[in-house]
Design a protein around this ligand. Sequence first.
Ligand code: BEZ
Ligand code: FE
Length: 307
Amino acid sequence: MQQPASSILQSDSPYFGEAHSADVVNARMGEHIDARLRQVMTVLVKHLHAAVKEIEPTHEEWFAAIRFLTETGHMCTDWRQEYILLSDVLGVSMLVDAINHRRPSGATPNTILGPFYIANAPEYPNGANICLDGKGEPMIVEGRVTDIEGNPIPNAKLEVWQTNDDGFYDVQQKGIQPDSNLRGVFASDAEGRYWFKSVKPRHYPIPSDGPVGKLLGAMGRHPNRAAHLHFIVTAPGFDPVITHIFTPDCPYLSEDAVFGVKRELIAEFKKIDDPEAGGRVGFSSPFWTVSWDFTLATSGKHTRAIP
Ligand code: BEZ
Ligand code: FE
């Protein structure tokens, strides 16, 4: 009798059996397929079969899993990507990001992008106020963009976005919030400095009215994200940084729903209770200040190459 085509097979049989199930499936792959696809599918099949063997699901449980994935797909629209949300709450988005952005120490780390980034937000001069709905506690954000050696990076692009004080992004409340509320694009000056006005961010729940929210609840987890401002900082010759800064006083700091918090991204927010100082910057008192520097790594050097 002819031997099985692939040497991957550990058993002698090309027929399905529980013990060597993953090998039998993987041995079916064609000889002339893309090498990366072969690697990815081999690993996925191996771990999926191992998980099923460890869990030993009933037919009903397996069907519940299929139904969950089906509902997750049905929840997806141009505005809602439930699979990304699933990847986020399982920590996979953060893991993929960590693997692809192993930066030198001292460089500002990345964190999750999230679904509420919009390209081409309004460009503002430094000092502008991005809060257009007047809600929340006023805040000034200022700092520098530098390279690892501390040299200023002029004309770096800083894109910023955050929720309003009700815990929603502008795009979640079209017609309720002003368009482009709490988002804008700034450029660092000749000394690498940037500054703008906004409001102190607050914690908010990720969209939890779909299958992922139901799963979180079933796992005894809440959907809240620790209070943060989003940034994308880019400059020619440097790795783009997709990141947040977090408030230190948020009750969800150590239990962010999508594992986005990194210790290095927790900023100091100072409360200024001084009407005269407030008057100088056009704020009522009290108001908040946060000073935050972005340190960019030289591009290419630390980015993972595609095999
Ligand atoms: C956000 O921070 O905007 C976000 C991140 C992941 C999932 C949902 C929202
Ligand atoms: Fe966010």
